[in-house]
Design a protein around this ligand. Structure first.
Ligand SMILES: Nc1nc2c(ncn2[C@@H]2O[C@H](COP(=O)(O)OP(=O)(O)OP(=O)(O)O)[C@@H](O)[C@H]2O)c(=O)[nH]1
Ligand SMILES: [Mg+2]
Length: 352
């Protein structure tokens, strides 16, 4: 799905940077990437093109309070709208606003940015919302403002919980954040890239049995609610040399091996490698995407894995698709669970 990414605040902009770096070569999905921050120094540290970095408002006076940033953003809504519109090219089928809701800038400005954008465009707008680690202090007001503000404006919030991501337990000063959050941001970028690049594969990759295009992703996210991702990727064969390719049939799995590999990967994606822990039965729509070398995409295993996802989500409508990658080395299973009511961690953060 061709996506316009708009990072807001420190975490949001670092994530926009990482998404760019992690974009799969064979499945480009980024229509554009832009960064918005009140903090000029933070913007300076990014790799994003200078022309796509937007300083707005000022950090002075907001003193770390999302509601103050929100007011300042409202006062400059027209200017923000223009910058946001410039950052969303017509080929984008959707917009992803990346933000960490523990801070003032992202939580205060992202909802206003989305609001002004929606007045001018019809495509769906999603938030990639990073939840603060549980031990972070003094984040309550900001997190509540960010989550409630985004609930009121975006189509869906794809949650990533810093508790699940090997992130620091305390928020780091901006100058240390790129290093300190490197693992967490790497994971978020890899998983998010895998999700939105689905369906962007060139035909040379192989012909898929069931294609997942932008409309399937949009239908799964739906309008309203929260979403989480589960992901498992494992190497199933060596990168092949030219001669290796000639002999490649030797390294292909039998149906028992390909079946059990998909079965195990699906379980790991559902129970272990999740963007947010907890119950999935709140999910009403889900999507299972299996990516890898064609010989590993066992049809029966994929059908059964869809059944497992349906069971785990308490009977959600499971869409599915596969992405064959002719010279791929990894088998990747991705589960998007969407249309969820507030998960427990969100309830805890929005309740006063
Ligand atoms: N995963 C991840 N989380 C981050 C990163 N940086 C900060 N966070 C989290 O996001 C929250 C908000 O931090 P920032 O995005 O830097 O804050 P901001 O939006 O710039 O707001 P202020 O600086 O307070 O005006 C923090 O409380 C952390 O939970 C990052 O690079 N990656
Ligand atoms: Mg900041």
């Amino acid at each position: 799905m061709q996506l316009a990414v708009l990072g807001v605040g420190g975490a949001g902009c670092r994530l926009a940077d990482r998404l760019t770096a992690a974009e799969p070569d064979d499945r480009p999905y980024l229509a554009s990437v832009a960064a918005f921050d009140t903090d000029v120094e933070s913007l300076e540290r990014l790799d994003i093109d200078q022309a796509n970095r937007h300083a707005f408002g000022s950090t002075a006076g907001s003193s770390g309070d999302a509601l103050a940033v929100r007011e300042a953003a409202e006062a400059n809504a027209l200017e923000l709208q223009q910058a946001a519109l410039d950052a969303v090219p017509s080929e984008a089928a959707g917009v992803l606003v990346t933000v960490g809701v523990g801070g003032a800038t992202g939580s205060g400005a992202a909802p206003i940015l989305v609001d002004t954008l929606r007045e001018a465009i019809d495509s769906p707008v999603y938030a990639l919302t990073v939840l603060p680690a549980s031990y972070e202090e003094g984040i309550e007001r900001n997190a509540r403002a960010g989550l409630l503000g985004l609930e009121a404006t975006v189509d869906s919030q794809l949650l990533f919980d810093n508790d699940e991501l090997n992130a620091p337990t305390e928020r780091l000063p901006d100058e240390d954040a790129e290093k300190g959050y490197a693992d967490a941001n790497e994971t978020i970028a890899e998983w998010t890239g895998a999700l939105f690049s689905t369906g962007e594969a060139s035909v040379e990759g192989g012909v898929s049995e069931q294609v997942v295009d932008a409309s399937e992703l949009i239908a799964t996210f739906g309008e309203g609610g929260y979403a989480t991702l589960g992901y498992n990727s494992q190497q199933v064969r060596q990168k092949q040399s030219f001669f290796g390719k000639l002999l490649s049939s030797e390294s292909e799995p039998d149906s028992i091996e390909s079946y059990s590999t998909i079965e195990t990967a699906t379980r790991r994606a559902l129970y272990r490698h999740r963007s947010l822990a907890g119950d999935l039965t709140e999910s009403v729509r889900s999507l299972l995407v299996t990516t890898g070398p064609p010989a590993w995409l066992n049809r029966e295993a994929i059908a059964d894995a869809r059944g497992t996802v349906a069971e785990e989500t308490g009977g959600s409508a499971v869409r599915g698709g596969d992405v064959p990658i002719e010279d791929g080395t990894h088998l990747t299973v991705l589960v998007l669970c969407a249309g969820m009511n507030r998960p427990e961690r969100v309830i805890a953060l929005v309740t006063e």
